[in-house]
Design a protein around this ligand. Structure first.
Ligand code: HMG
Length: 384
């Protein structure tokens, strides 16, 4: 029996802000953003969007195609939690009308936790092959205005169905693991923006990649030269280039496997959406599936990283016919339809983001599910 990703679908916030506009107001050369960090735009959420509404928008096409039968587990990975107790997936369960007979939880470890969620799903399906596990990665990446991370903000969600005999990606059993207790990026409970030691975070990401790779190989993982592509966590797309160069240096110093041109298909969506934390590496996969050549039968590597810090390297093989499963036009349409906002509106929305007490939100989202506001400390959602 093979197990892996049976379906995958994504959504982003309904607003878009161009980094050219940010650079112009900062009085710097836009080349720093376009080439230096490899980002052109960031997706931002409207007042009535959050991790739940984006998750619903990403998951709906999967449920419409496959139904809900056999989905007894929903694991929601996020680091932009909306409640300290109630899991975001319980809100999602409600708005999507999922069956009552389900275990529904939220998991956290910075950008890494969606990979843990997938591993949990693989384990459940291994024990009970008739079951399918819905994994959601959804995040709003926010940094302080005028901080080093500002240009790398973004928002988006990826939903994946983990099942036996998958139609998209068979996930191989070997993983390489790495954890170290460090302060490279974190978000204390009283903040909605992250704190980051930017340069140090890049260094820890690369150390984690080396550590996870060595553990992957020590546990019988495949050679670097056997990967058709590697999808890296992309806090900004240039990070994938640094990662590929580092991995090539240790894993295949004399070969061509580290060719950075091979990354091009994996960065298209992230460059236009920005950091989506837990969803970022799976947006890289979706970008490859939608925009790359047909790589059926080829092995794809994955390096998942979450600050704090945890890294995992694993691999999967693309299933023949996977191209026919893709919803490329829908996601590209969603990106094209985002409402473009200018610098002043971007700054205003950033400052107005943290609202407390009871309030109602303006009707702005382009999705079917909206966050309507808060009444008596309860978050309210509406479906159209
Ligand atoms: P910075 O320090 O302002 O930028 O921000 P810089 O001065 O290092 O410039 C960036 C690059 O642009 C450099 O290239 C410059 O040379 C180049 P590099 O040396 O890196 O190859 N550059 C130009 N290129 C072309 N034309 C120009 C030009 N000017 C400069 N005119 C920093 C960089 C990463 C610190 C910042 O973006 C940041 O703080 N980001 C947030 C943290 C982050 O993303 N870290 C990544 C690793 S940690 C991670 O991935 C986890 C995370 O996703 C969170 C989680 O797990 O939850 C963040």
């Amino acid at each position: 029996m093979t197990i892996g990703i049976h379906d995958i679908s994504a959504a982003t916030g309904s607003l878009v802000f161009a980094l050219a506009d940010l650079a112009e107001h900062e009085g710097i050369d836009v080349g720093k953003y376009h080439r230096g960090i490899g980002q052109t735009e960031m997706s931002l959420t409207t007042e009535d969007e959050d991790i739940v509404t984006m998750a619903a928008r990403a998951a709906k096409p999967i449920l419409e195609r496959h139904g809900v039968e056999g989905i007894r587990t929903v694991v929601f990975a996020t680091e932009s939690g909306i409640d300290q107790s109630k899991a975001a997936s319980v809100f999602l369960h409600g708005v999507l009308g999922l069956p009552r007979s389900a275990r529904v939880v939220e998991v956290k470890e910075a950008c890494y936790s969606a990979t843990a969620a997938i591993q949990f799903g693989l384990g459940i399906v291994e024990r009970r092959p008739s079951e399918r596990v819905l994994v959601i990665a959804s995040d709003v990446a926010r940094y302080e205005l005028n901080s080093s991370g500002e240009a790398t903000q973004g928002s988006g969600a990826v939903a994946m169905l983990i099942a036996k005999d998958p139609a998209v990606l068979e996930i191989e059993p070997v993983s390489g693991l790495w954890t170290d207790d460090v302060w490279d990026f974190w978000r204390p409970n009283d903040r909605s923006t992250a704190l980051v030691d930017g340069k140090y975070s890049v260094q820890v990401y690369l150390e984690s990649l080396e550590g996870a790779w060595q553990d992957y190989r020590a546990n019988g993982g495949a050679e670097f030269s056997s990967f058709a592509r590697v999808c890296y966590h992309q806090p900004f797309t240039r990070m994938a280039v640094k990662a590929q160069q580092r991995l090539a240096r240790i894993a295949d110093p004399d070969g061509e496997s580290g060719d950075i041109d091979r990354l091009a298909d994996t960065v298209e969506y992230n460059a236009r959406i920005g950091n989506t934390y837990t969803a970022s590496i799976y947006l890289a996969l979706l970008s490859l599936l939608d925009n790359g050549p047909d790589l059926a039968g080829e092995r794809i590597g994955f390096f998942s990283y979450g600050s704090g810090a945890v890294g995992e390297f694993f691999a999967g093989v693309l299933v023949p016919g996977y191209k026919a499963q893709m919803r490329t036009d829908e996601l590209q349409g969603m990106l094209a339809q985002r409402r473009s906002i200018a610098y002043d509106e971007y700054r205003h929305r950033h400052i107005a983001y943290d609202r407390v007490g009871d309030f109602e939100t303006a009707d702005e989202t382009q999705g079917d599910v909206r966050f309507a506001g808060i009444a008596e400390h309860r978050r309210l959602y509406e479906s159209r």
